[in-house]
Design a protein around this ligand. Structure first.
Ligand SMILES: [Zn+2]
Length: 254
């Protein structure tokens, strides 16, 4: 089984150190910067073999070149944005499989935050790395895509088994949850979750990983079919993409 260690980077980014013990394959997912990754490798006594990028933004790839130079790690990222991934060795897209030691990840194309954005789904380990597409109770901004594209991308992730752990790119959970409560103030699961999130953040602890099942119940961007959410937005019975688009628009100005 994979061991996954969270590596805080920059202000609110998370990179993830992923260790496959039977072969000692070691990946870092979305290294914003190199120093905290070198420190984590030393703490855990590991040698880096792979760098996995979900998308091209600098706060997900800034560590690529210094890490590759020092360790020779192989860089894997979205094929659709290969020209924007520093030092990339291999581009992957929808339907591809990444072999990582004895583990395998299935790749999904999940564009809209950026044109080329991928997710790595380790099915046997019940873990998915979602970059800046799905956050705990949130989703990424639509920098290079449409609401319909983002809804389609999120729907692929939401269809994974409910016990799948979600490892996302940022610690935005508290503000995402506060926004979610404005749309579904009577969502009991959401209210209960926010008490736990407030407690974790007050203690300086991460709120990641979340799970697909918990996101389905509390993430407003996965809930355009919610009657309460539609009522808040005055979009009762509207098309799901229209409800999603209005939710995203409101979050942009929250
Ligand atoms: Zn991003």
């Amino acid at each position: 089984m994979l061991k996954i260690h969270l590596v805080p980077c920059l202000k609110d980014n998370y990179a993830y150190l992923v260790h496959e013990p039977s072969t000692n394959a070691v990946a870092i997912v979305d290294p914003s910067e190199a120093p905290p990754v070198f420190a984590a490798l030393e703490t855990h006594g590991l040698k880096l073999t792979h760098i996995l990028n979900t998308h091209h933004h600098f706060d997900h790839t800034g560590g690529n070149l210094p890490l590759k130079e020092e360790t020779g790690a192989r860089i894997i990222g979205p094929k659709a944005d290969a020209d924007r991934i520093p030092g990339i060795d291999e581009g992957l897209g929808e339907g591809d499989t990444l072999t990582f030691g004895a583990a395998k990840a299935r790749i999904f194309d999940i564009p809209a935050h950026t044109k080329g954005h991928i997710a790595f789904w380790f099915e046997a380990d019940k873990a998915v790395f979602t970059g800046d597409t799905m956050f705990a109770m949130g989703c990424g901004r639509l920098f290079e895509g449409t609401p319909a594209q983002m809804w389609s991308s999120l729907s692929k992730l939401a269809a994974l088994p409910p016990d799948t752990r979600v490892y996302c790119g940022h610690e935005y959970t508290l503000s995402n949850g506060r926004f979610a409560l404005t749309l579904e103030p009577d969502n009991a699961t959401l209210k209960k979750r926010m008490i736990e999130i407030e407690r974790l953040r007050a203690a300086g602890a991460p709120t990641i990983p979340t799970t697909i099942g918990l996101e389905q119940e509390t993430n407003p961007f996965l809930r355009p079919a919610s009657k309460e959410l539609q009522k808040t937005l005055a979009l009762e019975g509207a098309d799901l993409v229209a409800v999603f688009a209005e939710t995203r628009r409101r979050k942009d100005v929250f």
